[in-house]
Structure formats: C-alpha cells, structure tokens
Design a protein around this ligand. Structure first.
Ligand SMILES: Nc1ncnc2c1ncn2[C@@H]1O[C@H](COP(=O)(O)OP(=O)(O)OP(=O)(O)O)[C@@H](O)[C@H]1O
Ligand SMILES: [Mg+2]
Length: 240
C-alpha cells in the first residue's frame, strides 16, 4: 500500500510569554495511522494539536495538510478540509438532544435536512449511541458525553480526527468500548490521539510520538517507545 503523507509540520513553534510550549516541531503523519502523542503534563501536547486545528496560532513554522499549506487558515476552514478536533474538556451542548448536537456538527458540511439527519444517525451508530438520539445530551453519563463528542467529530466526515485525552474519566468498560469505536473510525480516517493511559496507547497506536518540553523526544513503533529509556525518564514521577 502506498504511503501517503496526510499532515506535516516544519519548525512549528508557539510561545506563551517566556515559555516555549511547542518548540520547532517537525512532525509527519501518514494517512491511515492511529498516532498517539504522549508526554508529561505541560509537555505541549494540547498546544501542538491546537496549532494543527487552528485554534491556536503559531509564532513560527508551517502546517501542511493533504498537500496544502494551512498555516494561516482559520479553524473553521480546516474543519471543512477534513480536520476534526475534540477538546480535552467535554464540549457538547447539554441542553440540546444527542440528535441536535450531531446535526450541528453535520450542518457544517451538509445543507439538506434529510442528509443532516442521516449523518447524525450514522455518527450515533458509529459510537453506539443510536438509542440515545432523542435524549438531552446533558442527561448522558460522562462516558457517553465523551462518545458524543467523538460522534460530533465523525459527523464532519473528517480525514483526520484529533482526540485530546478522550478516555480521561472513563470507566474500564467505557474504555473497552472506546477502543472498539476508535478502531472502527480508523477504517475511514486517520486518528491523532493524545492519551495518558498507556494501556489505551499500546492497544491502539500504530506509532507513538513522545513530546517533552515542547520537543519531540522520541518517535516510533509502540514496542520500541515503551522500551526507550529517555521516554521512561520523562515519565518518572508521574502517577499514570
Ligand atoms: N493559553 C496559555 N497561556 C499561557 N500558557 C499556556 C497556555 N496554554 C498552555 N500554556 C502552557 O504551555 C505549556 C504546554 O501546555 P499544554 O496544555 O500544551 O500541555 P499538555 O502536554 O497538553 O499538558 P496536559 O497533559 O496537562 O494536558 C504548559 O506549561 C502550559 O502551562
Ligand atoms: Mg493537554
């Protein structure tokens, strides 16, 4: 199978005052990967994917997506090109139904009501929430709210789905279900996953990038990364 580059950054940099949160990062993501980004708290993981999604503007460097320079594109234009992003903090509309939440997402690419309804249904099925479509999103369990968030990303039919700590706060059963969902998603989209739970990372990732103090500390297949002494050092003192 031909290897196709989906996303590439060159020298990507973002400072906050005197702190360089993302420091000259060169990063390449191939189509079809499930890439995990790991690293200690404050390593720059969320800032990095914020730069990819366009929520945060870089101080230097470039982002190429699908062969196009998107460095200066606003977030909503990147969504239309196929970059979907779910936040570290749950970001749904609690007063609206599950169906309405999904319709809002689908509306960004579809105009006809029937198409939007179909897309909402399809996304709900993909995460196993089809029975909850009429329910108020705020009434869902925390785990189901996280799945709804993923489904909202899927309703965009993304080429790239970015998930920032999607399993945070989930029970073991919910995590098992989440693994199934991501594997299903990965059949049609490339997945970039920030994740602290190493069991989840090892179960899902086709490759791992380790960020530490804004720089790529290591990158490679899961087994090699798990054995890497520098990676173990960066994690020393961490609870998880
Ligand atoms: N808006 C901001 N203003 C100032 N500093 C920020 C801002 N956002 C992030 N930072 C700082 O940049 C660094 C990287 O933060 P970031 O949130 O990207 O880390 P992270 O790897 O996602 O951490 P975590 O695992 O805790 O989510 C941290 O030192 C953080 O305090
Ligand atoms: Mg973060």
């Amino acid at each position: 199978m031909a290897e196709v580059t989906l996303l590439q950054t060159r020298g990507l940099t973002r400072r906050f005052g005197g702190l360089t949160a993302v420091d000259r990062v060169d990063f390449t993501l191939m189509q079809g990967e499930i890439r995990a980004i790991i690293g200690p708290n404050g390593a720059g993981k969320s800032t990095f994917v914020g730069l990819l999604s366009g929520r945060i503007a870089p101080d230097a460097g470039t982002v190429l997506f699908d062969g196009q320079d998107i460095t200066r594109l606003p977030a909503h234009r990147r969504v239309r090109l196929g970059i979907a992003y779910t936040f570290q903090i749950t970001n749904i509309y609690p007063a609206m139904t599950v169906r309405e939440n999904l319709a809002v997402a689908a509306q960004s690419r579809l105009a006809h009501e029937a198409e939007i309804a179909a897309a909402a249904q399809e996304a709900a099925i993909a995460v196993g929430l089809e029975d909850r479509l009429p329910d108020r999103a705020g009434a869902l369990s925390y785990g189901h709210q996280r799945l709804l968030e993923v489904a909202m990303g899927l309703a965009l039919h993304p080429k790239l789905l970015i998930l920032d700590e999607p399993t945070q706060g989930l029970s073991d059963d919910e995590i098992d279900n989440f693994l199934t969902v991501v594997r299903r998603v990965a059949q049609t989209a490339t997945v970039l996953l920030i994740e602290h739970n190493m069991d989840v990372v090892m179960a899902l990732a086709t490759a791992i990038t380790v960020l530490d103090r804004g720089r790529i500390l290591a990158e490679g297949p899961p087994e090699a990364i798990a054995r890497d002494p520098a990676v173990q050092d960066a994690y020393l003192g961490r609870a998880t």
